[in-house]
Design a protein around this ligand. Structure first.
Ligand code: APR
Length: 255
């Protein structure tokens, strides 16, 4: 056990569940990125200046004050470029290598899973990698990099404002990603849910679908959520960066 910390209660059962699973799936939220320095959306740090994330990450918000919204994304993108995936990502990578198949559904747009070498990442809420024309003129997406922000707000070749290729509040999720995530939720026999407050749908429905289909759920979070006390959920209290490495080490060692 690293750093002399006691393993979270329930770790042994979690190891058993993961070792005996034929189709485990991982689902991550903003809490997965927290120990790499990315703020979560809710709770006391869920504000940026005096704005809620929900108001900034919306079509209405970007139309009303494009400069403010793009300043928020510039700050988030800037943070993302320097981000280093923490030990929890490395643990997911090792579990994926070990099991050969471990799809990862994420609500996060920071690209940290891919940066850690994790494959088969299903981005439910898009990503900060590109931006597209808000007016939908058909111009190809442009890479999101600091140069884009020389003129604020960044504009498309057609002159319209650009919007980041993340799912904004009020928008539908990317169809293929959602279809695959729903299919995995219905077919998996184990879902490991890391760092989500379980308040934004349809992402929050995935573990519920898994439970209803007879799967077990392992939830890793620093606080309890609406998922924690449901029949079939094993709640492991702790951070992604501390619990996932313990889980990976115990699973891989026991094989
Ligand atoms: N390890 C594990 N969990 C953590 C950690 C950590 N180090 N730090 C915080 N958490 C937990 C919090 O307790 C909370 O339950 O992560 C969760 C983060 O919740 P939110 O900020 O609501 O993030 P998320 O659930 O991913 O939000 C869903 O809302 O704003 C939209 O599109 C955005 O994808 C986002 C969606």
């Amino acid at each position: 056990m690293n750093s002399g910390k006691a393993a979270p209660e329930g770790l042994e059962l979690a190891v058993e569940l993961l070792r005996s699973s034929y189709l485990p799936v991982v689902s991550t939220g903003a809490g997965m990125s927290r120990e790499s320095g990315v703020r979560t959306f809710r709770g006391e740090e869920g504000y940026w200046r005096e704005h809620r994330a929900e108001d900034l990450a919306s079509l209405e918000g970007i139309r009303k004050d494009p400069v403010l919204v793009w300043e928020w994304y510039r700050e988030r993108l800037g943070a993302c470029e320097e981000l280093i995936p923490h030990k929890g990502y490395e643990a997911l990578y090792r579990l994926q290598e070990h099991s050969g198949r471990l799809p990862v559904v994420t609500q996060n747009v920071d690209g940290l899973h891919q940066k850690a070498g994790i494959r088969d990442v299903i981005e439910l809420h898009g990503s900060l990698r590109t931006a597209s024309c808000l007016a939908g003129c058909g111009a190809p997406p442009v890479r999101m990099e600091q140069g884009l922000f020389e003129n604020m707000p960044p504009r498309c070749v057609c002159g319209s404002i650009l919007r980041p290729d993340v799912v904004l509040f009020g928008e539908d999720l990317p169809e293929q990603a959602l279809k695959r995530a729903l299919r995995l939720a219905g077919r998996c026999d184990l879902m490991i849910v890391v760092g989500t407050s379980m308040v934004v749908y349809p992402a929050a429905a995935l573990p519920m679908i898994a439970l209803r289909s007879g799967a077990r759920v392992i939830e890793i979070n620093t606080v309890e959520t609406p998922l924690s006390s449901l029949e079939g959920t094993l709640f492991l209290r702790g951070t992604a960066g501390s619990v996932l490495p313990e889980l990976a080490k115990a699973v891989i060692r026991s094989c």
